[in-house]
Structure formats: structure tokens, C-alpha cells
Design a protein around this ligand. Sequence first.
Ligand code: NAD
Ligand code: TYD
Length: 352
Amino acid sequence: MILVTGGAGFIGGNFVLDWLKVPENEGIINLDKLTYAGNLATLDSLKKDQRHIFIHGDIGNQALVTKLLNDYQPRAIINFAAESHVDRSIHGPAEFVNTNIVGTFNLLECARKYWNSLQEKAKVNFRFHHISTDEVYGSLSATDPAFTETNPYEPNSPYSASKAASDHLVRAWFHTYGFPVVRTNCSNNYGPYHFPEKLIPLVILNALNDKLLPIYGDGQQIRDWLYVGDHCSAIREVLTKGKLGETYNIGGWNEQANIDVVKTICRILDKLKPRADGQSYDQQITFVKDRPGHDRRYAIDASKVERELGWRPAETFDSGIRKTVQWYLDNPVWIEGVVSGSYRDWLQKQYN
Ligand code: NAD
Ligand code: TYD
């Protein structure tokens, strides 16, 4: 077995689905707290798959995590569980400290005790894979080189600060205890099952619902977008072949200004589902108040993972974004399930 945390969220859910598509792969224990971002509907297709064991719980629950490790004896843990939205971290940072820092600490400690109890062979093979973000490196100017694994940590938001803290814990557990960790720091993901508080799914759904498409500030902030299936394939490579104690940057070689991403989505929707009045969806674009402390540019230099492990993304932005828009058009039931009362409350709070 492998233990996945946060496997009902966007990236964790895609990872679980991709992993279990391969019949030879071992089973997954999926530990998820089911916060607003966790959604069991993402895992509907696994209802009859006995290799998927879903456990509703918190990575910060020591008794539960210890019991799961002892009962199922996983050979690896992949820690996706986190509070992941920068804007929510600005409104309420406490949960980010609780889950991203204290939760990761608890998971590390439970896993270290479990690992110490293993027989030699299982001990040598065990891996703790921590999923992190490029946001820990801070913000780049237009001319700075992309982030490498040796960039200093300069997190600017409560979210990125909490992820940076968790990365430091994971690093220290390797150096101090010899605990077998690998880390990946990835750029912005997009794709199916993405909760519509984040830019790309928000814009697709707002466009289709005749709502405004909110662009923060001048829309010239740059992100390096990676299709989620490519992130999942990178994680599988690092889990299998990554060197212990190392960190690998994962990215799409695909820097785009926010305004360009939004215009691309509008153009695709204009073709796939034209507005009734024949106008382009870009009529709905509106510039709104900027995010406080908004990082200007992220860019990942993903040459280490390519050089050492042979991984490169398979999708271009053009192919990935088309698949993504089509997925949102094809999955109204999943969408209906996530845009509940609490989602509407969030939109009201954030966009008034
Ligand atoms: P998400 O918000 O969609 O999902 C997070 C999942 O974790 C949810 O299912 C939630 O219920 C669960 N969770 C939250 N707190 C928990 C707790 N205390 N115990 C157990 N489960 C808990 O996030 P995501 O976008 O899928 O991100 C997954 C990981 O990847 C995060 O660690 C994030 O920092 C990292 N990451 C995300 C991106 C991105 O673009 N989304 C990019 C790089 C790295
Ligand atoms: P987001 O998807 O929240 O990811 P992150 O903040 O982790 O990069 O935002 C991506 C970019 O889009 C970021 O620069 C903020 C911007 N953005 C908007 O312009 N409008 C929005 O409504 C949202 C949610 C994000």
C-alpha cells in the first residue's frame, strides 16, 4: 500500500485516479479531512475499486495516523494535504499554520516512529514524499532567471510561508534523523477537478454563468502553468527514482501573464460554446483590486528533474487548457456538487 494524504483534493485526487488506472499498482489509503476543497465526487469512479481505502480524518490526528500506519504498513507516504489557496490564507492564516505546519509535523513524527519499527528491507525502501510549491521561493522580476532548487526561500504570503515551514521540517527530519524524504516544489497546476476558487476554473465557470471574469491588478502577473496529469507523472518518477533528501522543482516551461491565460480561455469558449449574443467572452473581463502582497512572477527551472530522472511535461499549454475547458463543459454534475452555499459565501467575501 501507499498512504496518500489530501487525495480528495485537486492534485491528490488526480494522482489517486491516475495511479489506480494501472492494474499492477498497489492500493492506496487516502486520508483526507474533507475541508471545503476535498470532494469525494472526484473519486466516484473508484467506488468499486477495493484498492482504494478512503479514511476521513486529519493529518494532525496522531492516534489516527499511527493506527493507519500500523494497520496498513504502507511503503510510502505522499503528503498532498494542505490548505492551498493564497487568498484564503490572507483572510484567515490560522488553518494554514495548523494543517501545513503542525499537521506536517505530526505526520513526520508518526511516520518516523513507524519507520523505526520496520524490518531492515522495508526500512530501506520506505519513502516520505512531501508535495510543495514554487511559491516558497518568493517573487521574480521580469528578468530574473527561473527558480532552481538552490534559490533561497523568500515566501511572501501566509500560504507560502506555511509551505516553506513544512519544507524545512521535512528537510530537517532527513538531516537529523536520516528519515527517508524526497520533496517536490511545483508551479501552478490546472486541469480537471480543480476547485473553482483558483484562477482557471473560476474563469471558466464565471464565463459560462454570465458573470464577470475578475483580474487582480493589471493582470501582468506571471505564473508557470503545468497540466495536473504531468505533475502526477513527475511525482511518480521522483517517488521511484528520486534521491533521498533531495528536492526537485517541477514546472511546465510555460510562463503566462494572467490576462493572457484568461483571454485564451475566452477564445476556446468562443469556439466550443459561443455566447448567445455572438460576442466574445472577453467582454466579461474586469480588473479588480489587487491581492495584497501579490507575487509578480513565478517561473520554475525544471532542468534537474529532466537531467537526473528524465521527466518532462507531456502536455503543451495549448493542449492542456483545451482539455481542461472541455472537461468543465462535460462535467456539470461535479461542478454542481462543489458550488454549494459555502462556495457562494466565499465569492461574496472575496469579490463582494
Ligand atoms: P486542494 O486545496 O485542492 O486539496 C487539499 C486537500 O487536502 C483537500 O482534499 C482537503 O480536504 C485536504 N486537507 C486539508 N487539510 C487537511 C488535513 N488537516 N488533513 C487531511 N486532509 C486535509 O489542494 P491542491 O491544489 O490539490 O494541492 C495539493 C498540494 O499540492 C498542496 O500541498 C499544495 O501546497 C501543493 N501544490 C499545489 C499547486 C496548485 O497549483 N494547486 C501547485 C504546487 C503545489
Ligand atoms: P491562483 O489560481 O489563486 O494561484 P496562486 O495565487 O497560487 O498563483 O491565482 C493565479 C494567478 O491569478 C495569481 O496571480 C492571482 C490571479 N488571480 C486573479 O487575477 N483573479 C482571481 O480571481 C484569482 C482567483 C486569481
